[in-house]
Design a protein around this ligand. Structure first.
Ligand code: NAD
Ligand code: DAU
Length: 366
C-alpha cells in the first residue's frame, strides 16, 4: 500500500542538517508538497535552523514546524507523532562524520543505533498496524565496506562496515529492516553515496577545502589522495528519497549514487581550478601571491580509510525512473558559488566550538 502524502504530515528527523534541510526545501519547492513538514532535530553542532530560515518564512507555521528533540527521546518522539498526526517519517538524523567517529564513537552508537531504535518504536506504537504510512530510513554506501579497483555495491552486497560511523549505520539498517519483517512496519531504506552541495557542514572534504582555499589555508589530502568516492549533488539525493517515499515499496532497499567516481586528489584539483575561474587567487589577498593549488598538502591518512566506493543504482533507475540531473562540474560550480554568496550562514557555523576544535586538530595532524 502507498503512503498517503496528500495533505498529510511528514516528520523529518535531522532536518536542520545538510541533507535534511535540502530535502525539506526540495519537498516544498520542487515536489510541490502541500501538507505539513515537522523538522525534528536536536541541533547538535551539525544542525543549523538558519539553513531553513527562508522556508520557514515562505511557508509559515501551518506548513512547516520545528521541534527541538532528540531521536533517542522515545516519549518526545511519540508525543510529536501524535500531535501532528504524522503519516510518514524520513529519518536523516545521525552523527555523520567518519573522522569524528574515529575520535569519539560513543555519540554515534547513541544517536545512530539507539536513536533509530527509539524512532522505530515510537512509529510502531503510534501507527499500530497501519499500512498507509511509511518509515524511510536514510543510510549510506559505507555499510558495504571498501571496494578494490573494480566492481560496485548493489542492494545485495553483504555488509562489511569498517569505521565506527559505518558500523553504527549498518546496525541501524538491520534494526529498521527487522521492524518490517517482524512487526510489518512499512519501512524502506536507501543507501546513498557521497553528497555535496549547499548547506554542507565544513568538516567534510568539499566544503572544508573550498573554505580553506578561500582563506589561504592548507588543503589537507589524506594519504596519497587516491581514495575514490562516488559523488552525488544533494538535490539529486533528495529527489531519489522523494520518489522512494511516493512510489517505493515497503521492505525494499534502494541504492542511490551519482555514477561519478573520482579520486580525492582530482576533486581537490577541480575545486582549485573552478575557484581560479570564479574568484581568481591573484585577486584574493589571503593567497599572498600563491595559486589555490599551491595549498594542496598531503597529510597523515585516516585510520582504516576505505579505498573506494561505487554505487550500482540500476534498481531505483529501473523501478522508480530516478536518475541524477546534475553533473559534477556544474554541481561543484554551483556549490562554490553558494559558499561565496552565503557568508552569514558560514560565519555562524565557523564560529561554533566544534569548528574551532576541528581547525586546531587538523594542525596537530599535520
Ligand atoms: P549532518 O551531520 O549534516 O546533519 C545531521 C543532523 O542530525 C543535524 O541537523 C543534527 O542536529 C541532527 N542530529 C544529530 N543527532 C541527533 C539526535 N540525537 N536527535 C535529533 N537530531 C540529531 O548529516 P547529513 O550529511 O545531512 O546526513 C544525513 C543522513 O544521511 C545521515 O543519516 C547520514 O548517515 C546519511 N548520509 C549522508 C551522506 C553524505 O554524504 N552526507 C551520504 C549518504 C548518507
Ligand atoms: O559515502 C557516504 C558517506 O560520505 C556518508 O555516509 C558520510 O556521512 C559522509 O560524511 C561521507 O563520508 P566520507 O568519509 O567519504 O566523506 P568526507 O568528506 O569526510 O571524506 C571524503 C574523502 O576525502 C575521504 O576519502 C576522506 C578524504 N578527506 C576528507 C577530509 C575531511 C581528505 O582527504 N581530507 C579531508 O580534509
Amino acid at each position: 500500500m502507498k503512503v498517503n502524502l496528500s495533505g498529510g504530515s511528514i516528520l523529518v528527523t535531522g532536518g536542520a542538517g545538510f541533507i535534511g534541510s535540502n530535502f525539506i526545501r526540495y519537498a516544498f519547492e520542487r515536489a510541490g508538497f502541500k501538507g505539513r513538514i515537522i523538522n525534528y532535530d536536536k541541533l547538535t553542532y551539525a544542525g543549523n535552523p538558519a539553513s531553513l530560515k527562508d522556508v520557514a518564512a515562505k511557508y509559515g507555521k501551518r506548513a512547516y514546524s520545528f521541534v527541538k528533540g532528540d531521536v533517542c527521546d522515545y516519549s518526545k518522539a511519540l508525543r510529536t507523532l501524535k500531535k501532528y498526526r504524522v503519516s510518514a517519517i524520513v529519518h536523516f538524523a545521525a552523527e555523520s562524520h567518519v573522522d569524528r567517529s574515529i575520535c569519539g564513537p560513543k555519540d554515534f552508537i547513541e544517536t545512530n543505533v539507539h536513536g533509530t531504535f527509539s524512532m522505530l518504536e515510537a512509529a510502531r506504537n503510534f501507527w499500530s498496524g497501519r499500512k498507509d504510512v511509511r518509515f524511510h530510513h536514510i543510510s549510506t554506501d559505507e555499510v558495504y565496506g571498501s571496494l578494490g579497483r573494480t566492481g560496485s555495491f548493489s542492494e545485495t552486497t553483504p555488509y562489511d562496515p569498517r569505521s565506527p560511523y559505518s558500523a553504527s549505520k549498518a546496525s541501524s539498517d538491520h534494526i529498521a529492516r527487522a521492524y518490517f519483517h517482524t512487526y510489518g512496519l512499512p519501512v524502506s531504506v536507501s543507501n546513498c553515496s557521497n553528497n555535496y552541495g549547499p548547506y554542507h557542514y565544513p568538516e567534510k572534504l568539499i566544503p572544508l577545502l573550498i573554505l580553506n582555499a578561500l582563506e589561504g589555508k592548507d588543503l589537507p589530502v589524506y594519504g596519497d589522495g587516491k581514495n575514490v568516492r562516488d559523488w552525488l549533488y544533494v538535490e539529486d539525493h533528495c529527489a531519489a528519497v522523494w520518489e522512494i517515499l511516493r512510489e517505493g515499496r515497503p521492505g525494499e532497499t534502494y541504492n542511490v549514487g551519482g555514477n561519478c567516481e573520482k579520486k580525492n586528489i582530482d576533486v581537490v584539483k577541480d575545486i582549485c581550478r573552478l575557484l581560479e575561474s570564479v574568484r581568481p587567487s591573484a585577486a584574493n589577498p589571503a593567497l599572498k601571491g600563491r595559486k589555490y593549488s599551491d595549498l594542496i598538502t598531503f597529510v597523515k591518512d585516516r585510520p582504516g580509510h576505505d579505498l573506494r566506493y561505487a554505487i550500482n543504482s540500476s534498481k531505483i533507475r529501473r523501478e522508480l525512473g530516478w536518475k541524477p540531473a546534475h553533473n559534477f562540474e556544474d554541481g561543484l560550480r554551483s556549490t562554490i558559488n553558494w559558499y561565496l554568496r552565503n557568508p552569514a550562514w558560514l560565519a555562524v557555523v565557523r564560529k561554533a566550538a566544534y569548528a574551532v576544535w576541528l581547525d586546531k586538530n587538523y594542525r596537530r595532524r599535520k
